[in-house]
Design a protein around this ligand. Sequence first.
Ligand code: ATP
Ligand code: MG
Length: 411
Amino acid sequence: MSSNSGENSVSARSFQRVVLVHYHEIGLKGKNRSRFEERLRKNLEDLCQGFPLVTIHRIAGRLIVFFKEGTDREETLRCARFIATVPGVARVSCGLKCPRDLELMTACAIEAVAEAGDAQSFKVAARRNHTDFPIHSMEMNQLIGASLCEAFPALKVRMKDPDLTVGVEVVQNASYVYCMSIRGVGGLPVGSSGTLMALLSSGIDSPVALWRCARRGAVCHAVHFSGRPQTSDASEYLVEDIARVLEQSGCIASVSVVPFGDYQREIALTCPPSLRIILYRRMMLRIAERLAGRVGARALVTGESLGQVASQTLENICVTDDAVRMPVFRPLIGNDKLEIIDEAKRIGTFEISSQDAPDCCTLFMPRTPATHARLEAVREAEAAFPVDRWIEEICAAAEVHEYRHPALARS
Ligand code: ATP
Ligand code: MG
């Protein structure tokens, strides 16, 4: 958007480009608030290492990201877009920092509106954190608003649903002006809700389930069951790619890859075909529970949704859960496949998950799996193989891949 008066542009460069990070829920957490804020601050510092950051400060209920001198607008915008993907972030704005001087603040507002591009309406939302600044927020709204109307004659003031909201925040020794906001993923910063162990296939659902738990602040480890040596290791590469995507926003801590093919073969040879899938699943949960103990995880996560396939009927879910003592979280239980696909696209795992790879899911599948398995029948079938010994063997063979995680200090 072009402004009326050239002299109003902040030519003296008395401003500094910053990114403001807003969070909602953290604010609701009462006395835990500062712990959550500090967690988010540290997570962002750790995850933003690829950007020219100097530091991130907590200022008046926001985090402010400061950049190296000379960092251009594009770069701060790229960083803001990235920050919006990090759990705990409700909204991100690119803004300008300037001294507490109404004239400079107005100049910054004009610059910010000019940068925001096409818009027909706006409002100013000023906030004064310190009453030692003599101008009230209402007055700032009016004064800065009037200057904006003058600088951009085509722009109309609109209090309800304006195209642009020009935020002005006056804090103790500076002020911040911003108008472009990007919606963040929300949730809580990872590392603030305990540790979980997710069963991660290379399919569409389980990466979404894991991501949802990470978004609620959990440190998520994962276990992947490979069909190796009965299948190739193709699914392991896909899971690796999925983990790399999740790693970017700090959502995954490790993947333990477990060669499961021989054990499935054994189950397939000894047990009634209709019960195979349930028996595989019960073994998977037991192994996941054991691996969870190694990393201090207190619950398991799967990508199941009610009735999606035969193994995900209510009866089968109950029979599966009977194998472990840990709670099993199923964050997708009430979602339709299309919703899950949309979410996988947003997270960035969909394309990887859409590639076909044989894993233990495709191995030794029965033609007609039981949809209403009976617990006694399942336990009886299981008596045919040495469950405890297998768990030991399989966990001993697990290959652990660690990922960079902002809440875990690893050397
Ligand atoms: P997904 O797309 O997550 O694979 P799905 O709809 O294909 O799910 P199933 O194959 O029945 O459903 O798997 C149900 C859940 O069991 C998965 O969401 C995942 O949590 C777990 N699971 C299945 N296969 C594996 C595997 N090879 N490794 C780890 N977990 C698995
Ligand atoms: Mg699957």
